[in-house]
Design a protein around this ligand. Structure first.
Ligand SMILES: [Zn+2]
Length: 490
């Protein structure tokens, strides 16, 4: 049997090598994980003899202040050893490794790569009808490619996609064909006809195939049988968990946010299908009735959950469930977003939603539960990078930097791991923590994010803010799976 030829790609690559060169046609992609991602521009070096590659490469980060994903304070003076794609050891400055690539943190903060709990990498907007009527698979694929790169370079080494992405994007990222984070796809979101997952034009006859259905980005279910069919099909298409739409939307054209879609039997059916695969369901739930019925049916991840209160918290704790909430929903600027302000039906919906959801932040502080980060952006890459930066800002602003960091690291890691032993695409280590045995998904940032959260690449403006940098200057190193994607130190 032929031995796989691997390239020695563990050396940090100067920042300047990134950017435009990546999309040239010269990069060679091999099946040996993503190690050749970093071969861009260096292919003339040729393959390194396989015999020299038997031991996995090592990186030693020295003199770091570690945020482990949980603790309320940094642990200073730490060395962190990465071997292959895992964190092998964490110790004081006496920890060494001969032959390892050394990165001197010089007292900077070493922390887990960020985790986005709810993105739609494939959905570019500008509206749901536009995506249904005039968007081809090429548009979606190109948008997904650029969104993946944006997320990684903003510091996110893991993204859970909340509907629209099947396994193709993940395969391209894992193979090193494109830049991107680890990806947990939900494939098509499933919802009732006439609900938030139904993209059909207003004049479409019942049963007519939609663009979004044809591409398995969204599926409308009429029955328990449909839920079984689409749920199982999603796992075949590469989902690591299922997404069910219980409530309507605010920006969407007609479905009221107050909608209670899906019968108890349908909710139980989607949970049953997910459990067949050892995985779980995330449910788009706004009203308290929706949240409670989702939890009672066995849904483990409440999405948005705007009507959250202490009674919901009690049931969540009893069930071991999680919540992710896009905090821009509570922003004063919500009513002035063009997509809302210019559409009378959406504006009306947004006003009633804002009034109903006003207790969320206080309730979450009073009765905290396991909350992960989410941005939920549907739109252009430029707009979504602004929204990501603003969502980071709001998370620390509405709560505090430590709480925000935990939601974006360790809690996110626990959440994606609910996909279980069979469907978790990355089962060899924990995500969202700096621990021995965890995946080597690591950021090095200037300063202390527990004191000054802006070093995480925040913006205090939303869509009307300036275009975001390709990657925040204060994030000096981005490592995913033991590989450098950014290093402005060496
Ligand atoms: Zn969403």
């Amino acid at each position: 049997m032929m031995r796989a030829i691997r390239f020695n790609m563990r050396q940090p690559i100067p920042w300047a090598l990134w950017g435009s060169t990546f999309y040239g046609g010269s990069q060679v992609i091999s099946a040996t994980k993503y190690t050749t991602t970093l071969a861009v521009g260096l292919l003339t070096l040729g393959p390194v003899a396989a015999s020299a590659q038997d031991d996995p490469a090592q990186t030693l980060f020295t003199n770091c202040a570690v945020f482990d994903g949980k603790a309320t304070e940094l642990t200073e003076g730490q060395n962190v050893l990465v071997t292959g794609n895992l964190i092998e050891a964490i110790g004081d400055t006496s920890l060494s490794a001969e032959g390892a690539t050394v990165v001197d943190c010089d007292g900077r903060t070493l922390m887990p790569g960020l985790i986005e709990g709810h993105a739609h990498l494939m959905l570019m907007g500008p509206s749901l009808p536009a995506m249904e009527s005039n968007t081809t698979w090429e548009d979606f694929a190109i948008h997904g490619t650029k969104m993946s790169e944006m997320y990684l370079m903003q510091g996110f080494t893991t993204v859970r996609d909340a509907g629209g992405a099947n396994a193709g994007l993940q395969r391209a990222i894992n193979a090193g064909t494109i830049l991107g984070p680890r990806l947990y796809p939900s494939a098509a979101f499933i919802g009732s006809r006439g609900g938030h997952a139904d993209f059909a034009n207003f004049t479409a006859p019942v049963g007519q195939t939609t663009n979004m259905g044809r591409l398995n980005m969204s599926q409308e279910a009429d029955s328990v049988a449909d839920v079984h069919k689409f749920g199982r099909n999603n796992f075949r298409m590469g989902a690591s968990q299922l997404k069910f739409m219980q409530s309507g939307g605010v920006v969407s054209a007609f479905d009221p946010w107050q909608l209670l879609a899906g019968s108890t039997e349908e909710l139980e059916a989607v949970v049953q299908v997910a459990n067949e695969y050892g995985s779980y369901v995330m449910a788009h739930s706004y009203r308290k009735e929706a949240i409670m019925s989702a939890l009672n049916a066995g849904v483990m991840s409440i999405e948005h959950g705007f009507s959250f209160d202490c009674e919901v918290a009690d049931l969540m704790k009893e069930k071991g469930a999680y919540i992710t909430t896009n905090l821009t929903a509570f922003d004063e600027g919500l009513l002035t977003i063009p997509a809302i302000a210019n559409v009378p039906a959406s504006l009306r919906k947004a006003k009633s939603a804002s009034a109903t959801f006003s207790g969320y932040i206080d309730n979450m502080k009073q009765c905290p539960v396991k909350r992960a980060f989410q941005t939920d952006c549907v739109g252009s890459v430029v707009d979504c990078s602004k929204q990501v930066a603003y969502e980071k800002h709001l998370n620390a602003e509405f709560f505090d930097p430590h709480t925000a960091l935990v939601t974006m690291t360790s809690t996110g890691g626990e959440l994606v791991a609910l996909s279980g032993d069979f469907m978790n695409p990355y089962p060899d280590g924990k995500l969202g923590v700096i621990e021995e045995g965890a995946y080597a998904d690591i950021l090095l940032v200037d300063g202390n994010p527990l004191e000054d959260f802006s070093v995480m690449g925040t913006s205090d403006k939303w869509y009307d803010g300036p275009v975001r940098p390709y990657s925040p200057e204060t994030i000096r190193v981005i490592m995913k799976d033991g590989q450098f994607y950014k290093n402005t130190l060496n």
